[in-house]
Design a protein around this ligand. Structure first.
Ligand SMILES: [Zn+2]
Length: 99
C-alpha cells in the first residue's frame, strides 16, 4: 500500500512520520498518537501534540520513518496482493522526484 492511491492515507497508532517542514523546535519527526478524522501527532523534538486533518497530514507527509504494530496487523490480514507494499522503501525517492 503506497502513501498515495487516491484513497485516504493509511496511518496507524505509533507510526513515526516525517513531514516536509520542521516543527518550530526543529524536529521533522512525529509519532501518531490518535486516529480519527483528525490525526494526533506528538513531536519528537518538544513532545508537543497537534491535531492535523487526515488530508493535511497526507499533504505534509514526506515519509514513514517506522510503522506501528497495527500496521503489521493490517499487513497480515491483507496479504493476497501486496506487491505494492514492497515499494514502501522508495516512497521517499518518489516524493523527491515529485517535488
Ligand atoms: Zn516540536
Amino acid at each position: 500500500m503506497s502513501i498515495r492511491r487516491g484513497g485516504p492515507l493509511e496511518v496507524y497508532l505509533e507510526d513515526v512520520v516525517r513531514l516536509r517542514k520542521p516543527h518550530p523546535c526543529g524536529s521533522f519527526d512525529w509519532t501518531v498518537v490518535r486516529l480519527g478524522a483528525d490525526i494526533g501527532l506528538r513531536c519528537h523534538g518538544c513532545s508537543r501534540k497537534v491535531l492535523l486533518p487526515r488530508r493535511e497530514l497526507e499533504r505534509r507527509l514526506k515519509l514513514f520513518v517506522s510503522r506501528g504494530p497495527d500496521f503489521e496487523t493490517g499487513r497480515e490480514s491483507d496479504s493476497t496482493d501486496d506487491g505494492s507494499r514492497e515499494m514502501s522503501g522508495s516512497i521517499d525517492a518518489a516524493n523527491v522526484l515529485r517535488s
